[in-house]
Design a protein around this ligand. Structure first.
Ligand code: SF4
Length: 251
């Protein structure tokens, strides 16, 4: 299976605090899958999919220092047993499976999670997903919490790719799913309201999170977005890891 690779050559498996959503501030081990089925123009983990030779645009294309990523340097091929062993090096028993989009490799992640659960039944598994792929029953049985972040038009993805009716219906029906929307401007709120209505999402299950890869950008969006959450009843999510560590990898 394909895991994001850190600059030091190690797989991107690290122990930190969850930075977003309902588990913000909770210590967890993270494993970052490589590959994604979407290509968001503001993606801050673009090294998982924006590889040399691909046609996808990114906001940073205008920066002369920005180049597409080498697969050899930014992706590592591992067996599920090796991934589980890397995760087991930490004593924490909460795992966040993130990406990229982990559901692109869900068969492999089922193996990883089953190895961990067979070893210690106390594991809590969070899965972070863009909500455009439906989990298999064997995965659904083992996941404790879904952090679903359906992408809006501000992501630059075509609607037929980013909004999968079957998958979003599945997540809407799961009591273990929380929804987190990345907000760039007030105009995005109408799209959130449309999806909320279409899939019958309770306002209590929805987080609005400012888009931003640095503290200054987040600050510029935080105040008006927090006020919108207060007025409309949504939960607000900050990006704790950006506040603490900027966009440093493996934190
Ligand atoms: S879905 Fe997530 S990982 Fe994939 S391109 Fe968008 S922000 Fe990046």
């Amino acid at each position: 299976m394909k895991i994001a690779r850190l600059p030091n050559g190690s797989p991107e498996v690290f122990h930190t605090l969850q930075g977003e959503g309902i588990s913000t501030g909770v210590p967890a081990v993270f494993v970052r899958a490589s590959l994604c089925n979407l290509h968001c123009v503001w993606c801050d983990t673009d090294y998982t999919w924006n590889f040399e030779g691909t046609p996808w645009p990114h906001e940073k294309d205008a920066d002369p220092n920005y180049t597409k990523f080498s697969k050899d340097r930014h992706m590592i091929e591992m067996t599920p047993a090796d991934v589980a062993a890397a995760i087991r090096e930490y004593s924490c028993r909460r795992l966040v499976v993130t990406g990229g989009e982990p559901l692109v490799q869900q068969e492999e992640f089922i193996d990883v999670l089953e190895i961990l659960r067979d070893w210690d039944h106390r594991w809590i598994f969070e899965l972070e997903t863009n909500g455009a792929i439906t989990p298999e029953p064997d995965l659904d049985r083992i996941i404790s919490q879904y952090n679903v972040s359906p992408k809006l038009s501000n992501s630059g993805n075509n609607e037929d790719l980013r909004l999968n009716q079957e998958a979003l219906t599945f997540f809407a029906a799961s009591p273990r799913a929380w929804f987190k929307f990345v907000i760039s401007s007030p105009a995005d709120l109408a799209e959130v309201a449309g999806l909320q209505s279409q899939f019958g999402l309770d306002v209590e299950r929805i987080f609005l999170m400012p888009e931003g890869r640095d503290p200054k950008t987040l600050q510029g969006r935080r105040e008006w977005l927090a006020e919108k959450c207060r007025a409309l009843g949504y939960r607000f999510s900050d990006r704790l890891h950006i506040q603490l560590w900027g966009d440093e990898r493996g934190r």
